[in-house]
Design a protein around this ligand. Structure first.
Ligand code: ATR
Length: 289
């Protein structure tokens, strides 16, 4: 058969909505080929009104593994038979592992975030650091949890809608993380408190080319590192400003790649290496330009 697809080919994929811009098929199909696995990674976009039917269809065709993205990271939980400890604690699933018809929900975003930060900011360790997270949506949740679980001294979370960030703070405190604090979004926060080692943008501000810079960095300290979860465009106004202030900064391509590596390992037992990371960064950057 063409493309190496035959009756034994295993099906993996991603569901979410919309999915037109996802890079996950590039990453996973590259990894399947590189590790000689007879599998294919497909895109399963699902409008919310069809999501229940979509999960049924995916079970029927016997997908071996699934990534789940916006807006279903919470919704997918009810279709999982079991959850791992981190998924339970965060209340989100981005990776489903299928075994004998049983769906096991896991989450690889926190691991992807930590790996990306430690890879891009070589001297950075979370232990004892003060971290400012912008936004309280699905992506920020994993960033906040991962930072606290890696022993950050304090995590300050700022969100436009205060009730949402309060509820996130409440959930983290229930898990025993008392060192997190919710604030209403304040673009000028650094003029009152600038002692942050890392600032992470988890909002959607910057996704559109003309979006403004999300935070005033005028009063930032030189040691503050800036990470934007957005990877396309590669340089948001926030990162342009970080560059202007001569701060170390990075976009979110690393988190995308490393959360995918962690999913791949859960599905196959194989751990992609730094050569894979380098190859994929090159491929994905070329695609974006
Ligand atoms: P995701 O799952 O990718 O995190 P999301 O749950 O829709 O997506 O979250 C988007 C985040 O961007 C939210 O924190 C949102 O703030 P609200 O909770 O107030 O909606 C934030 N956001 C979006 N537009 C924003 C803006 N113009 N200024 C500040 N924050 C914004």
């Amino acid at each position: 058969m063409s493309n190496g697809i035959d009756p034994a080919t295993k099906i993996f994929g991603i569901t979410g909505y919309p999915l037109s811009h996802t890079y996950s098929p590039i990453i996973h199909n590259y990894l399947f080929e590189r590790y000689g696995i007879n599998a294919v990674y497909l895109v399963f976009p699902s409008e919310p009104r069809f999501f229940s039917k979509m999960t049924g269809a995916l079970k029927t065709i016997g997908v071996k593994g699934l990534n789940v993205t916006i807006p279903y990271k919470t919704n997918i939980i009810r279709y999982c038979d079991t959850l791992d400890e981190t998924a339970k604690r965060i209340g989100a699933v981005n990776t489903v592992v299928e075994k004998n018809g049983h769906w096991h929900g896991t989450v690889t975003d926190p691991e992807g975030f930590v790996h990306a930060i430690e890879a891009v900011f070589k001297d950075f360790q979370f232990n004892g650091k003060r971290i400012l997270v912008l936004g309280a949506g699905g992506a920020s949740q994993s960033v906040v949890y991962a930072s606290l679980a890696h022993k950050a001294a304090e995590v300050v979370i700022m969100n436009r809608t205060f009730s949402k960030v309060q509820s996130l703070e409440g959930r983290m405190k229930k898990l025993g993380f008392m060192n997190c604090r919710a604030l209403k979004f304040d673009k000028e926060i650094l003029s009152q408190d600038n002692r942050f080692d890392l600032i992470v943008n988890g909002t959607s501000v910057g996704l559109k080319k003309n979006d403004p810079c999300i935070l005033d960095l005028k009063h930032s300290l030189k040691i503050t590192k800036i990470y934007d979860l957005i990877y396309n465009p590669s340089l948001t106004s926030f990162l342009v400003e970080a560059k202007r202030q001569k701060l170390a900064y990075s976009n979110g391509l690393g988190m995308l790649v490393y959360q995918a590596f962690a999913s791949f390992e859960k599905w196959t037992g194989m751990r992609p290496d730094t050569l894979d990371a380098r190859t994929l960064f090159r491929k994905l950057k070329a695609k974006r330009n």
